[in-house]
Design a binder for this molecule. Sequence first.
Ligand code: NDP
Length: 434
Amino acid sequence: QKRNPHELEFHQAVKEILDSLVPALAKQPKYMNAGILERLVEPERQITFRVPWVDDQGKVQVNRGYRVQFNSAIGPYKGGLRFHPSVNSSIIKFLGFEQIFKNSLTGQPIGGGKGGSDFDPKEKSDGEVMRFTQSFMTELHKYIGPDTDVPAGDIGVGGREIGFMFGQYKRIVGGNQAGVLTGKGIHYGGSLARPEATGYGTVYFVNEMLQAQGQSLEGSTIVVSGSGNVAIYAIQKANQFGAKVVACSDSNGYVHDPDGIDYEIVKRLKEVERKRISEYVKERPNATYHLGCEGIWSIPCDIALPCATQNEIDEDAARLLVKNGVKAVAEGANMPSTLAAIDVFLENGILFGPAKAANAGGVAVSALEMAQNSMRLSWTFEEVDKKLHDIMIDIHRSCAEAAESNGYPGNLVVGANIAGFTKVADAMLAQGVI
Ligand code: NDP
């Protein structure tokens, strides 16, 4: 805390992980002796840079760009870019730190990184987004590459932004550069099922959590927060499993549709028309719109899937969910539950899937995109989806086994942290003090 004052989100992410590593470290003093924890919490490299661009009125705007290259013990840095006005070094560091363990859990050879900018793509024209992203990449390209650091999307960075950044990277560096970014369009090196991967993966993970308890998704009522990339495909996959999603949201408010959220409408409104979720009720007479996104957790449900942003479920929201009978919570977003909220879930015996396990499907398919780029191959949607499903089953199994063998049966927070940590720590031990 002394070294990183004011980085509250980063402290929160570090505390969650270090608290649950205690049982593993007590058994393995070699990690303590080698200073693994001290090295893990310090990024290998952090880059901040100026991003000047010209808006549609001809005025010069300046944003700040970030890339944190946190840990490359098991592979090239890998993690998304976030464009949102709330972005600062604490947010990027918490995301980069979490990414180390998440990427390890996927079983793919990828290290942890994250980046972004305080640029707000909302209400910007395509031309403004293009000029900003080109300026951003003009600086970022010096630090990334297919074998060193491979960024992807996150909040505010979807197919349009990745396309512009990829074009600029190629223009500067030249040649075939498919492997430098993931989340690319399907006609220039992208992977089928990458847009769907995080949302689908989260639902596959919940399915495993439920099945381990002899329960199933079929017939359950689900609340999904957010209406972006992760939320949209979580809704679609939950419907395919026979569950009913009754609510979703954006940062202004939420919609409650007791007949079940129509995934096609949300997808069109958000991906094609780039409209607010309030527009949904114009097409669904039984649905209601409510101002204020936090209120979504007051809707009774069997399963809650927070898929919007960090700290969106606080202790009060967690207590309300428990009071209303929630059985399972899985984090599609990164760190959407506060530490106090997680305690409420665990103390009340709620099945809880932490982000680094439950939403690892996105980065897992990004790694599959990198593999396809290296081999100059394209797998079918079904092939990628099957690999994703298998990876999520494996992640659940390794978290459950690590929890069990360390004396915390059923605690997937402890399980995910220990399973993700062990592989990275062993790689760091093998590579000496670097
Ligand atoms: P999008 O930008 O596509 O969607 C984000 C959604 O969350 C929007 O509905 C947005 O509403 C809402 N939201 C964003 N910020 C806030 C806020 N401060 N308060 C309330 N609502 C907010 O992003 P993604 O769907 O890609 O990402 C969502 C979460 O999932 C993030 O935590 C991200 O880190 C995580 N994640 C994403 C992965 C991916 O593959 N995309 C992979 C793994 C994790 P509005 O439109 O009003 O801003």
